[in-house]
Design a protein around this ligand. Structure first.
Ligand SMILES: Cc1cc2nc3c(=O)[nH]c(=O)nc-3n(C[C@H](O)[C@H](O)[C@H](O)COP(=O)(O)OP(=O)(O)OC[C@H]3O[C@@H](n4cnc5c(N)ncnc54)[C@H](O)[C@@H]3O)c2cc1C
Ligand code: SF4
Length: 426
C-alpha cells in the first residue's frame, strides 16, 4: 500500500528530488513520465497538475503507482541514491493519481484528428494504452476482450499487491474514450474486424502456462499458476489446494503464487528453482517478502517426477549445479548432479515455469523463433494493417513496458491511417 497518503508527507518526499537537468529517471521509465515535472507540481501543491503529467504519459498510472517494479527502472538511476536513498518515485505518482481521482476527473484534450476506425484486441495494459492514445489522436476505437477490461492486472495480480480500486481508477479515466465489446476473437473474428476497421492492434498477451514436462504432471493437485492465482483472486477465502505446497519456478509469478499460498493458509510452502538465487528474474523486494512470510527456498533443485496415485503425494527431485554453458539469454544452464535424488512430500504443486501465447488466431501471423508475434520497428505484423504489442510480441514483460508499446504502436497506427492508404502497407 502507498505510504504517502497525505499531501504533506508526499511533499516531504518530493523535497528530496534533486530536479536533475538530464532526468535519468524519465529516460529509464519505459513510458517516459516527466518525473521532475510531476514532482515539482506536487511540491507547489498542484496535485492535479502532477496527475496530468503522469496520466498523459502512462495510461495505467494508478496501477503502475502500486506495482511498477521501479527498482529496475526509474529508481535504479535516481541520482539522490548517491547521497542517501533514491526518491520514492512510484509512491509519489501513485499519490498524485489517487488524490486526483478523489478530487474530480481529468479531461484530457482529444484532437479532432483524421477520424479513422481502429479495433484493439485485448483490454490489458498494451491494448488500453493503445486505445487511449488513438482516441486522443481523434480515432474511433473499439476494444474487444473475452473478459472484463484489465488483462493480467485484473485477473492475476494478487489483491494484496494491487487493489481493485487502483485499476478501477485507471479504467474510469480511460473507458469514456473507446467502445468495449466482450468478445473472444478467433481467426474468423480477426478477419472480420480487420475488414471493419482501418487498422487493428493485437494485444492479447500470453494467457497459458507452460506445462511441466515430467511424469505425473497431470495428476489432480498439480495446478498451472495462472489458474491458481485467478481462482485465489476471485475467492480469497478459498482453502489452499494443499497444506504442503511446492511452487516450481524462479520468477516473480512463482513468488506471487508462494505468497498467495501462504495467505490462503498453507502451512508449508517451498519454492523450487533449478538455478541459484542470483539467476532468478525477480524484483528482490518480492523475494524478501516471500521469505518474511516463511516461504522456504529450494534452489539448485528440480522436480523429475510427481508422485501419487489418485492425486499428488510428493515429488522426486534432483539436485543441480550450474554448467559453463549459457542459454540464449546468457544465463548458465543447470545440469543434474548424479545420484542426488530425494523425495519431498507434497499435497499440491503449482507450476510456474513461464507463460506462452495461446490466441487461436496466432497461426495467421509470422512469428519469432520463440513463438511470439513478429513485428517490425513500427509494431506492424506480417498482415497489412494489423499491428501488435505487449507480451504477445516479446513474452513476459511488465505493465509499464506494455503501456509504452501500446503508446508507440498508436503513434505508428496514427501515421499509417494519416498516410491515406489503410488496408495496404504505407
Ligand atoms: C501473476 C503476474 C503478476 C505480475 N505482476 C506484475 C507487477 O507487479 N508489475 C508489472 O509491471 N508487471 C507484472 N506482471 C506482468 C504484466 O502483468 C504483463 O506484462 C502485462 O499485463 C502484459 O500486458 P498485455 O496488455 O500485453 O497483456 P495482458 O495483460 O495479458 O492482457 C491481454 C488481454 O487480452 C485478452 N485476450 C486474449 N486473447 C483474446 C482473444 N482471442 N480475444 C479477445 N481478447 C483476448 C485477455 O483476456 C486479456 O484481457 C505480472 C504478470 C503476472 C502473470
Ligand atoms: S511508471 Fe514505473 S518506471 Fe515509470 S516513473 Fe512510474 S514507477 Fe517509475
Amino acid at each position: 500500500m502507498n505510504p504517502l497518503l497525505h499531501l504533506r508527507t508526499a511533499q516531504r518526499e518530493a523535497e528530496r528530488c534533486l530536479q536533475c537537468h538530464d532526468a535519468p529517471c524519465t529516460e529509464a521509465c519505459p513510458a517516459h513520465i516527466d518525473v521532475p515535472a510531476f514532482i515539482r507540481s506536487i511540491l507547489s501543491g498542484n496535485v492535479t497538475g502532477a496527475a496530468e503529467v503522469v496520466r498523459s504519459a502512462n495510461a495505467l498510472a494508478s496501477v503502475c503507482g502500486a506495482v511498477c517494479p521501479q527498482e529496475i527502472f526509474c529508481q535504479d538511476v535516481c541520482t539522490r541514491a548517491q547521497q542517501d536513498r533514491p526518491v520514492e518515485i512510484r509512491d509519489l505518482h501513485g499519490f498524485a493519481t489517487g488524490w486526483q481521482s478523489e478530487h474530480g476527473p481529468l479531461r484530457p484534450h482529444v484532437s479532432s484528428g483524421p477520424g479513422g476506425q481502429v479495433g484493439v484486441v485485448g483490454a490489458g495494459p498494451a491494448g488500453l494504452a493503445c486505445a487511449f492514445t488513438l482516441a486522443l489522436f481523434g480515432h474511433r476505437v473499439t476494444v474487444y476482450d473475452r473478459q472484463i477490461p484489465g488483462g493480467v492486472p485484473r485477473a492475476s495480480i494478487p489483491s494484496f499487491r494491487l487493489r481493485d480500486a487502483d485499476l478501477n481508477e485507471d479504467l474510469s479515466f480511460l473507458s469514456p474514450h473507446f467502445v468495449f465489446k466482450g468478445e473472444e476473437l478467433d481467426a474468423a473474428g480477426l478477419r472480420r474486424i480487420k475488414n471493419e476497421h482501418d487498422a487493428v492492434f493485437i494485444a492479447a498477451g500470453l494467457g497459458a502456462d507452460r506445462p511441466l514436462p515430467i511424469s505425473g504432471a497431470s495428476l489432480p493437485g498439480v495446478l498451472p499458476v495462472l489458474r491458481f492465482l485467478e481462482s485465489a483472486k476471485l475467492h480469497m477465502d478459498m482453502p489452499p489446494p494443499g497444506d504442503r505446497m511446492i511452487i516450481v519456478g524462479g520468477g516473480n509469478v512463482s513468488l506471487d503464487a508462494a505468497a498467495t499460498a501462504k495467505r490462503l493458509g498453507a502451512s508449508d510452502v517451498t519454492l523450487m528453482y533449478r538455478r541459484s538465487e542470483q539467476e532468478m528474474r525477480i524484483w528482490k523486494s518480492e523475494l524478501e517478502e516471500a521469505r518474511r512470510q516463511g516461504v522456504q527456498m529450494a534452489f539448485l533443485t528440480r522436480p523429475v517426477e510427481i508422485l501419487g496415485t489418485a492425486r499428488v503425494e510428493g515429488v522426486r527431485c534432483r539436485r543441480t549445479r550450474l554448467s559453463d554453458r549459457c542459454d540464449p539469454d546468457g544465463r548458465r544452464i543447470p545440469e543434474d548432479i548424479l545420484h542426488s535424488e530425494f523425495m519431498i512430500d507434497a499435497d499440491a504443486i503449482i507450476v510456474a515455469i513461464g507463460q506462452i501465447p495461446t490466441a487461436e488466431f496466432l497461426p495467421l501471423f509470422e512469428r519469432t523463433s520463440r513463438g511470439y508475434v513478429k513485428v517490425d520497428l513500427d509494431y506492424q505484423t506480417s498482415i497489412p494493417s494489423v499491428f501488435a504489442g505487449g507480451d504477445i510480441i516479446g513474452g513476459e514483460g511488465t505493465i509499464v513496458q506494455s503501456v509504452a508499446q501500446g503508446k508507440a504502436a498508436a503513434g505508428a497506427i496514427h501515421r499509417y491511417i494519416s498516410s491515406g492508404n489503410p488496408g495496404g502497407r504505407p
